[in-house]
Design a protein around this ligand. Structure first.
Ligand code: SPV
Ligand code: MG
Length: 431
């Protein structure tokens, strides 16, 4: 009997999958791969059902001879082990980022005369509805909120990008790249106080009020499924912070980061160039503890941000605060620096990890941007936040366009740099 292999990366078996099995069995015994969670989240949606359930679901399909666990997006390992005569797949992998997977499979099969079978992809009303249901489920507060904790277990480092609108949310949600055979996408979104304020033309001094910040979260949530980390600035008065925690938790936000400053907060990247006051350890611990006391689920995280390096109070102060904040109940520590050299961040991480192996560490490498994600992960960092790069890349592009239209008295000269109208229309799905 010849061997036919297909790999499923799905939470639900629908007529499209059954069609593939029916086609496959005409050629031989059907082996079905189930992609692990770790592999799936590099390019696909977060699985809505557990890996074990997905394996059982595939096992129960009639005509499946064997289920194979596929732990990489590329098929190298499985093809070497199984040596299938055929690999069968929906023809949707003939374009877009999936094409590199098909090309790779073709190359591997060519080595011994195996063949690809492309089956027309099934996308009817029923499949579309199932797809929409899963997406909707992932966007619901009870599923979205816990996703950050799930990702912390699955990802060597959780990659987070700044969003401040539905449009930037869509970029965070949909951007997937394939580079040298590796796939990647962002795991989570950061609602930055700097960029949320900048988008409204306001300074980053806790001037944009919570109602407005929540409105931004809502805009992002409407069009995305990925988890949200909210920049809570100082958290405000403890008496107010407890209400913020409740609201964020109810909305389905996964974490709030609050910084240990008090009074008129200015952006950290100003450092000591402006007057900024660090909170006392006692006050800030009390704020953290009060927040932890009122939250209703185990999913929500309160992350304490330490400004000691920004305010040049020294490494010892940063480490003392980190230990105290964890003791007060913080679910994670964010350490910030505005130095170009990542040395002080790495020193903090190494020293913190000597005593605390588990509490997640968050960093925002805006200034120390030479460091790679892999290097950060080696030093025990769990979450990396690209806190403002989308805003900073959009602004010069828009400003240049505005200048050129004024200069040429028409828009023709800028046209070649613009996103085609067709693409912007199709970016936004209609129901
Ligand atoms: C933000 O993005 O608003 C932050 C990070 O708080 S930083 O701007 O570096 O302070
Ligand atoms: Mg901020």
């Amino acid at each position: 009997m010849q061997k036919v292999y297909t790999c499923f990366c799905t939470d639900v078996i629908h007529e499209g999958h059954i069609n593939i099995i029916n086609q496959a069995k005409k050629y031989g015994d059907v082996y079905v791969g189930v992609l692990t969670d770790e592999a799936m989240i590099r390019f696909n949606r977060f699985p809505a059902v557990s890996f074990e359930e997905r394996v059982e679901m595939v096992k129960s399909i009639k005509d499946v001879k064997e289920v194979i666990i596929q732990d990489e997006i590329m098929y190298d390992k499985v093809i070497k082990q199984l040596r299938p005569d055929y690999v069968i797949h929906g023809d949707n992998w003939m374009h877009g980022y999936m094409k590199s997977v098909r090309d790779n499979v073709e190359k591997l099969l060519n080595e011994y005369g195996g063949k690809i079978i492309d089956v027309p992809y099934t996308y009817n009303e029923n499949v579309k509805r199932l797809d929409a249901q899963i997406k909707e489920k992932l966007s619901m507060p009870e599923y979205r909120r816990k996703r950050l904790k799930q990702l912390l277990k699955l990802r060597p480092i959780v990659k987070t990008i700044e969003v401040h609108s539905g449009l930037t949310g869509l970029i965070a949600e949909k951007t997937v790249v394939e580079h040298n055979g590796e796939f990647d996408q962002f795991d989570a979104m950061w609602v930055s106080s700097l960029c949320d304020s900048t988008a409204k033309g306001k300074p980053d001094i806790e001037l944009v009020d919570m109602t407005s910040r929540f409105r931004t979260i809502d805009d992002v949530m409407e069009v995305t499924t990925k988890p949200i980390i909210f920049d809570g600035d100082t958290g405000g008065l403890t008496e107010h912070f407890v209400y913020t925690v409740r609201s964020l938790e109810r909305m389905g936000v996964s974490a709030v980061i609050i910084e240990d400053k008090t009074g008129l907060k200015k952006n950290s990247l100003f450092g000591t160039e402006v007057a900024q006051t660090q909170d006392t350890i006692e006050n800030f611990c009390a704020k953290i503890a009060a927040g932890k006391k009122v939250q209703l689920t185990d999913d929500f995280m309160i992350i304490a941000r330490i400004e000691s390096l920004i305010l040049e109070r020294g490494m010892e102060d940063a480490l003392t605060r980190a230990a105290a904040y964890v003791e007060a109940g913080a679910d994670g520590i964010m350490i910030h620096s505005r130095k170009k050299d990542p040395a002080e961040i790495l020193e903090f991480c190494d020293k913190f990890r000597l005593k605390d192996k588990d509490t997640p560490i968050v960093v925002v490498p805006s200034s120390f941007n030479v460091i790679t994600e892999a290097e950060l992960a080696e030093h025990g960092v769990n979450i990396v936040i690209y806190a403002n790069q989308l805003t900073r890349s959009a602004f010069p592009a828009m400003e240049q366009t505005a200048k050129d239209i004024l200069k040429y008295h028409r828009a023709k000269e800028v046209d070649s740099r613009l996103m085609p109208i067709k693409d912007i229309i199709s970016l936004i799905e209609e129901l």
